[in-house]
Design a protein around this ligand. Sequence first.
Ligand code: UDX
Length: 429
Amino acid sequence: MRIAVIGLGYVGLCSGVGLALKGNEVVGVATTEEKAALINGGKIPIYEEALEESLKACLKGNSFRATSGLASAVASSSATFICVGTPSASDGSIDLAQMKSASESVGAALKKTGEYHVVVVKSTVIPGTTEDEIVPILERQSGKKSRKHFGVAMNPEFLREGKALSDFLHPDRVVVGTGDKKAAEMLRKVYADFGAPIIETGIREAEMIKYASNAFLATKISFINELGNLCKKLGIDTYKVAEGMGLDKRIGKHFLQAGIGWGGSCFPKDVKALIAKSREEGARMKIMEDVVDVNASQRKLVIEMLKKKVPLGGKKIAILGIAFKPGTDDMREAPAIDIIKHLQAEGALVQAYDPKAGDNARRLLLDVNCHASARDALKGADACLILTDWPEFAELTDKDFALMKNKIIIEGRRILDPKKVGGYEGICW
Ligand code: UDX
């Protein structure tokens, strides 16, 4: 199938390349000619496992190309996936500016098409948005009727950064929210050989499934973090408790790793948006509000633990791990940002290392010395905080930490190997 993908960020690029790998002919629409040229040259502006190699293979096989020409991309395709960003507005709700502008352009392009076309919303939008805001724009701009001349579906993404392409190609489930038989049929064709169950829902249910999934996962993490804080006081190993709970199929073992909590481009934004919507509707989600509070307090806890061991003024603090999780250079809402800013506000000097996020950290944080290795960051430090569970930190040994001035280590992610490093304190264990 010929498919246009609007927006070439994480979701758009991974979905576009994924659809191309599955035998479709994909045109990805970038916001600028420069970005399209970069991608057509086989380069990606982010770090994402296997994406660059796969993009190169698709470019070579002519199954993927990027352009800045939205109208012709849509006009020459049978389906358009909208994958633009829906960032947080200041009140926690989502900012639909990119979504509306993309929909206007897609609608205008549909005006000139003769064939049936399906518009697929992949961007995360609060329930009701597709039907109440996007469809009217598409109809107005195209002068056509949805369900009659074109179809609309909501097909949420569940891609984890760092594993986004693999998650796209091997989903646990595919959610097709439409209610329009023809649109559903087309999407069933697109996802026919993904080996995953396809669940058909209404558009609003599909929108909510995305929020509900992320909100539940964030809740699981905040739950284990809160429990972990109690376990630590009782001298109980939280990770053993999580293992014992996780083997119960009804609970599941994933997302029970206690530590400094969740960040990233999705959980914080989605949970905030759900809370904002629940308040707007007068159906307050008290659990979700607490989930956010617990997450914020884990970051403060690290600082409190550190301050009990060393006064911060003028002290050199080594930070190992800045990205919001391993496998990405993304620092959006990373716990490290809040923690580093707090340390600096109290007069500490930060010397950091992250295998991938160093360049982003230099751009986003002031006065942080970003080093080329963990050992360099540890040299002469008065204390060390481990904030991202990069696998290479599991290789660190007492010899590496001997480079510090004082061996004070606070472990926020349970990645150090206790057989190789002794004398550190874990946040929830
Ligand atoms: C998430 C969802 O997993 C994905 O389905 C969605 O569509 C986008 O948001 P992502 O933000 O890439 O993906 O990261 P994820 O792997 O889910 O981790 C989110 C945060 O939770 C990270 O900061 C991670 O360190 C933290 N986390 C995760 C924990 O603290 N403990 C855990 O057990 C798991």
